[in-house]
Write a protein that binds this ligand. Structure first.
Ligand code: NAD
Length: 504
């Protein structure tokens, strides 16, 4: 199949990156990175042990004073060099990301990798622009000012759907602000996180500032979250695991940032541009094979447009070319694993009992039979409280439902536990603006769905978690605001001492 290549040599030393050195994990368990397009193992590595986590945290702790003490300008210069190295390595990183995730090469080369380079360049600039309130004599007798300080060693846990970008979203704001970090990527996809850390070293970022432990969630992940020398946990993944992480972090009084699941609504009002909405729904539901926390999953379409929307979306879905990620003509690659593909298929099979599968709903056979592929799928006729409308499927599956009044469309859009992202489609500026106000989500697009930019925050509400990735808002997570207050009176008996000494 296609243009396969070897990664084993590149990671021959192992899949742990600790103190600036790639080495093998010391647990007695191995894990294989599987190419989901073929089902074949491309790399087998020893998983990290909890002792490896201890060593990585110690390396990050040792690196902290030096990195936190660097000037913002010095950190910025290092991050600019880092963006340059990533640009030089872009082709290699894109190919490894496509191999371990099954993402079409055009997605990794046009989205994952350039997005990560842009994030890195953004945080190089942002490192020099930490915000705070102006110094002033707010009490009259003191000068108050704000210090915004790095907080220490950050423990981060990332999912498999955008391994490179999630590593970047976790590492960059933390490191730009002067923290050091230990990242645990998903077991399925450690390779580009390791390349990201190696690129940082190549750029001159000191050893120990960025560490990667590739290990299992229940053991290594929980150990990292509970580690006494880790001051903050930043987690991106599913809502159930996020709840578990929150329990452990709370027990050790850690700062917590949770980016969890989503079930994004896509609300089409009856004055919308039907063709734009249909194309937008297909692209936004199928990007990354639908394994995107912000992917369009629930299309609510006002009744006059509903039938035409369904027909056009089905027609467009059938033109999407499912195939080998390394074939330049491929639009849609496999899902991350056969197990996950079977989970997605299970949702669709159960839905057949109460809804209509308009197109898709099957794995392609033929040349693709060994891969974890699934065809673009459109479902109608499901009730609002049904499983396919309420649960995160995380696959190339869109459910379309009609609505009558604008209020009903918004109410249905808000009617899941999640609140990560949403879109409203209308040519009426007042209607669109009301939707942006009333939809409960961390991001609402108007007449588009998916684009993200380094300058603007990403993060959810409700069961989608809290805290922001990217943008200057991410520094709220990764810095400690300290109030410093200087007395200006130079007198021993200060006015407020009357509360203790009375009028003596
Ligand atoms: P997951 O929750 O199964 O795993 C995420 C990470 O947590 C992995 O590294 C895993 O090893 C680790 N983990 C598992 N159990 C753990 C435990 N008990 N303690 C500590 N760590 C543990 O999620 P996934 O299947 O890898 O990714 C898909 C999910 O991620 C979806 O729900 C998706 O919506 C979500 N996601 C959210 C965002 C966002 O920005 N909100 C972005 C990407 C993905």
């Amino acid at each position: 199949m296609g243009n396969r290549f070897q990664v084993s040599d590149r990671f021959a030393a192992g899949a742990q990156y600790i103190g600036g050195r790639l080495r093998a994990g010391t647990s007695d368990q191995e894990h294989s990175v599987i190419d989901p397009a073929t089902g074949e193992s491309v790399y087998t590595y020893a998983l990290a042990s909890t002792a490896d986590v201890d060593e990585a945290v110690a390396a990050a702790k040792a690196a902290f004073p030096g990195w936190a003490g660097a000037t913002p300008g010095e950190r910025s210069d290092a991050l600019h060099r880092f963006a340059g190295v990533l640009a030089e390595w872009a082709d290699d990183i894109a190919r490894v990301e496509s191999l371990q995730c099954g993402k079409p090469l055009k997605l990794t080369t046009e989205f994952d990798v350039p997005g990560t380079i842009d994030n890195t360049a953004f945080f190089a600039g942002a490192a020099r622009h930490l915000q705070g309130q102006s110094a002033a004599e707010y009490s009259g007798d003191h000068t108050s000012y704000i210090r915004r300080e790095p907080i220490g060693v950050i423990g981060s846990i990332a999912p498999w759907n955008y391994p490179l970008q999630m590593a970047a979203w976790k590492i960059l704001p933390a490191v730009a602000a002067g923290n050091t970090i230990v990242l645990k990527p998903a077991e399925l996809t450690p390779l580009t996180s390791l390349m990201f850390a190696q690129a940082a070293k190549e750029a001159g970022i000191p050893d120990g500032v960025i560490n990667v432990v590739s290990g299992a969630g229940r053991t290594v992940g929980e150990h990292l979250v509970g580690h006494p020398d880790v001051v903050m946990t930043s987690f991106t993944g599913s809502t159930p695991v996020g709840k578990r992480v929150a329990e452990i972090a709370t027990a050790t009084v850690k700062r917590l940032h949770l980016e969890l699941g989503g079930k994004a609504p896509f609300v089409v009002f009856d004055d919308a541009d039907l063709e734009a909405a249909a194309q937008g729904a297909v692209a936004a539901s199928l990007i990354n094979s639908g394994q995107d926390c912000t992917a369009a999953t629930r299309a609510y379409v006002q009744r006059p447009l509903f039938d035409a929307f369904v027909a056009r979306v089905a027609e467009l879905m059938e033109t999407v070319r499912v195939g080998d990620p390394f074939d330049p003509a491929t639009d849609l690659g496999p899902l991350i694993s056969h197990r996950h593909r079977d989970s997605v298929a299970g949702f669709v099979e159960r839905a057949r009992a109460y809804a209509t599968v308009v197109t898709g709903g099957e794995a392609p056979g033929g040349d693709l039979k060994d891969g974890a592929y699934y065809r673009p799928t459109l479902i109608t006729g499901a009730a609002q409280d049904s499983e396919v409308v309420q649960s995160e499927i995380f696959g190339p599956v869109l459910v379309a439902l009609p609505f009558d009044t604008d209020d009903e469309g918004i109410r249905l859009a808000n009617d899941t536990p999640y609140g990560l992202a949403a879109s409203a489609w209308s040519r009426d500026v007042y209607r669109a603006n009301r939707a942006t106000r009333d939809i409960k989500a961390g991001c609402v697009w108007v007449n588009d769905h998916i684009p993200i930019i380094s300058e603007m925050p990403h993060g959810g509400t409700k069961a989608s978690g809290y805290g922001k990735d990217m943008s200057a808002y991410s520094f709220e997570e990764y810095t400690q605001v300290k109030h410093v207050m200087f007395d200006n009176t130079a007198v021993a008996a200060k006015d407020w001492h009357r509360t203790i000494f009375g009028d003596r």
